[in-house]
Design a protein around this ligand. Structure first.
Ligand code: ZN
Length: 311
């Protein structure tokens, strides 16, 4: 068995990837309260919102207000996602309120067209300008490559094509590349093989795994990526999120399930699991529906009192 890391980094993406995919628009004050609570669970990275057009994604139409109102400890790195230069302009109005900028595109032409109505080449051209300007602002830069494992329209997305796109983004200044299994098509074998390729091709770049639990393989894919040397993950509290394709798909891997598994394996996340479960319970109350997360229902594993101490 390959060696596992002692510690990993976890970025909470629920306030963006999750809230964006809810049918209802969550009131701003509830978003702010939940983000503030997440910021006190030991999570050190939170993607708080996305600066997109309100008519395109009304769920995140309050990005500026959310960013203005949240109050998290100083050691929590906040990121915002932008689709283009206009989004960057809007985000930069509050430059002092966040630390990292995230951009995204798909590795599949068809998915990219559906998502942002552009070819991959057009997206890369714009994102190069966004990354350049973000660098000049002193922002840490993450680029997410969606459909990095498979595409619901095109099927196979060659690993080499994903590598090529990642290399362009790194040359443009990206400090971190996240590989998204946007519609849950990856399997553990594929994950291990692909991350081995990407690690070899992208030395010195932080590589992050972003899995969706669409077909129940999220945590299996996490384990496979750990074996391939990945030590950075994105997840969403309550298993929120997901992609409208395929219909009815479930969301990202649940942060509380990721944290529970890793901590049980002796891999430090820095996250206080009971506190995270409380935050996820409040999310469930706000949404007024049960959430898919197993750990939310079962609670943390309880091994009882240590044997060397009286109960
Ligand atoms: Zn996601």
């Amino acid at each position: 068995m390959s060696e596992l890391p002692d510690a990993v980094r976890v970025r909470e993406v629920g306030p963006r990837d999750g809230f964006q995919n809810e049918a209802e628009v969550i009131p701003t004050h509830e978003k702010v309260r939940l983000i503030d609570q997440l910021g006190r669970t030991g999570l050190k990275r939170i993607e708080v919102t996305s600066f997109v057009r309100r008519d395109v994604i009304p769920q995140l139409g309050d990005a500026a207000e959310v960013l203005r109102q949240i109050d998290v400890p100083d050691d929590v790195a906040l990121s915002v996602l932008v689709p283009n230069e206009r989004g960057l302009d809007h985000a930069l109005v509050q430059r002092e309120r966040f630390h990292e900028l995230t951009v995204f595109l798909s590795a599949s032409e068809t998915h990219n067209r559906h998502n942002v109505n552009r070819s991959i080449a057009q997206s890369l051209e714009e994102l190069e300008r966004v990354l350049d300007r973000a660098g000049a602002e002193g922002l840490r830069r993450e680029a997410v490559i969606s459909t990095a494992f498979g595409c619901p329209y095109e099927g196979e997305v060659p690993a080499a094509r994903v590598t090529e796109i990642a290399q362009v983004l790194v040359a443009a200044g990206a400090d971190e590349i996240a590989f998204g299994d946007t519609t849950g098509m990856a399997n553990p074998r594929m994950v291990e093989e692909r991350f081995a390729i990407w690690r070899a091709a992208l030395r010195g770049v932080e590589l992050t795994a972003h899995f969706h639990n669409t077909r129940g393989l999220g945590l299996a894919n996490v384990l496979a990526s750990l074996h391939a040397g990945v030590d950075s993950f994105e997840a969403s509290f309550g298993e929120l999120g997901g992609c409208p394709v395929p219909a009815g798909a479930t969301g990202n891997i649940a942060t509380e399930e990721l944290v529970s598994m890793l901590e049980e394996m002796g891999i430090a996340t820095g996250v206080d699991l009971p506190a995270l479960i409380v935050a996820t319970g409040e999310l469930s109350d706000v949404l007024d529906r049960p959430l898919g997360s197993h750990v939310l229902r079962a609670g943390p594993v309880d091994w009882g009192p240590p044997p060397d101490r009286p109960a």
